[in-house]
Design a binder for this molecule. Structure first.
Ligand code: GDP
Ligand code: GDP
Length: 443
């Protein structure tokens, strides 16, 4: 964590959920820490936190009388003050109500202000939020982030958007302003897999930007360091915590901790103990990270304890691909933190994984590829009629998500989807990267 704390203005028309979001980020009922009378009568500020990120929040929710004369002018004035003070603005819309003329007004104010804006489609929980989410594109402020301030959904997406926005900040001071968002890594594994030993080795050799710091919750621990000139943020579940009594070691693995670390990471390094790899919990952890859409590499720790290394690795590779077919080909790195072996492979591997996770494949390449795949192995006929995949496009990255337009989409068998997903992974070199494929009906 750097000492740069972004100032975030929460803006939008009445009732979109600004106060609700403000209170969620502030983590407590509204704290008025800055209440200068007169100039900023209605502006409230609080210190907030999202994951490991400290925030200064500027609220503008002072105008609750919607019918009042001159309301629009007042809102504009307040919003402009808030925006002026902010590094980043969160513009909220109500995804259930759709876009209103006042939302357009706010969007225009935002565009004129020229500050980084994150468009938030709030109240997006459940199905009712979907229509407004699409409308939100019409504001011309880029891709909306779907959240539910009331239910706490979409917070890791908001976190990511903030990280991206901070990365785009102009360099105001030379001090502690990140050049680019950090590569976020989580190291996970069963107790005793060797996480803390590894982490200490990894960061021990690096220049620490800040030391480990405990967050609001006792488990939110992150450390920043530089690798090859690049900022890396390591989220850890237990490895950075000071080891206390021996009995602490026997503590059960906290699934909640692990899940939190996964959610705030982009790339996950799963440690498996070479003495007993691929146990049920290892598989569960791998699956958890992959299901959350994170790229995953596996490190086989304590490799110094393995006698016949080549045979061992071959066997683990085969078993891994058999037990976790969706992750087949994911990087497997033999390491020994104790003997300082194999550690130099970790960061380059994670960096490549991250790049692939973040990448977009050109639509033309995809469709050339799709035609080959169909020719090689056409989808089966259902009730005597052929299913025709028409068009494939990548709609987003992080993780790569593809939409296949297909006649009789509902009939496309899962086995064929797997065929395409596995094909995508091989053709576009995405092992270890989760791939989402959405099949839609379309001519
Ligand atoms: P503000 O006027 O923009 O500050 O909006 P508020 O935070 O006061 O919220 C307006 C209304 O929307 C309240 O009734 C909230 O409970 C409700 N609300 C806020 N966030 C959500 C959400 O994520 N989902 C739903 N369904 N309602 C929400
Ligand atoms: P954590 O619970 O996942 O953080 O695991 P620790 O890092 O505390 O390691 C558990 C045990 O494995 C400790 O006794 C370490 O000394 C041992 N250990 C860690 N890395 C290695 C290694 O590379 N080789 C060997 N032989 N032992 C290791």
């Amino acid at each position: 964590m750097t000492d740069f704390i972004p100032r975030i203005a929460v803006v939008g028309r009445p009732n979109v959920g600004k106060s609700t979001l403000f209170n969620r980020l502030a983590g407590k009922p509204l704290a008025i820490v800055d209440d200068r009378p007169g100039v900023t009568r209605d502006r409230r500020e609080a210190v907030g936190r999202l994951g490991d990120m400290d925030l200064r929040l500027i609220d503008t929710a002072g105008y609750d009388d919607e019918k009042k004369e001159g309301l629009e002018a007042e809102m504009r004035a307040q919003t402009e003050i808030a925006i002026k003070d902010a590094d980043i603005c969160l513009l909220l819309i109500d995804a259930r109500a759709g876009i209103m003329p006042l939302d357009q007004t706010f969007a225009e104010v935002m565009r004129k202000a020229g500050k980084p804006v994150i468009l938030l489609a709030n109240k997006a929980e459940g199905r009712a939020g979907q229509s407004g989410l699409l409308d939100a594109y019409s504001l011309g402020l880029g891709e909306p982030v779907a959240i539910s301030a009331a239910h706490g959904e979409g917070m890791s997406e908001l976190y990511q958007a903030l990280i991206d926005a901070i990365g785009q900040q102009p360099q105001k001071s030379s001090k502690a302003r990140p050049d680019s968002p950090p590569l976020r890594i989580a190291v996970i594994g069963r107790p005793n897999a060797g996480k803390s030993t590894l982490i200490n080795c990894l960061i021990g050799e690096q220049r620490l930007i800040t030391g480990p710091e405990a967050g609001i919750t006792r488990d939110a621990i992150a450390v920043d360091w530089l690798w090859d000139g690049r900022r890396v943020r390591l989220h850890d579940t237990a490895g950075l915590r000071k080891k206390g009594k021996v009995s602490d070691r026997l503590e059960r693995m906290s699934v909640a901790d692990t899940l939190r670390a996964i959610k705030f990471s982009e790339v996950v390094l799963l440690l498996m103990d070479a003495s007993h790899p691929l146990e049920k919990q290892d598989l569960q952890l791998a699956d958890m990270a992959f299901s959350e859409g994170r790229a995953v590499a596996v490190a086989i720790s304590k490799f110094d304890l393995v006698p016949d290394r080549e045979a061992y690795l071959k066997e683990v590779r085969e078993e891994f691909d058999r037990l976790l077919p969706q992750m087949s080909g994911a990087p497997l790195l033999p390491i020994s933190a104790l003997k300082n072996k194999g550690l130099d492979k970790i960061m380059p591997t994670l960096s490549i994984l991250h790049r692939n996770w973040d990448a977009k494949v050109k639509t033309r390449d995809l469709n050339d590829w799709l035609h080959e795949m169909i020719e090689r192995h056409p989808p089966p006929a259902v009730n005597g009629r052929r299913i025709k995949p028409r068009y494939l496009t990548q709609t987003k990255s992080r993780p790569p998500t593809f939409v296949l337009m297909c006649s009789r989409a509902a009939d496309l068998p899962d086995s064929y989807k797997r065929y395409l997903i596995n094909g995508l992974r091989t053709a576009f070199d995405l092992p270890g990267v989760p791939i989402r494929l959405i099949v839609k009906a379309g001519k």
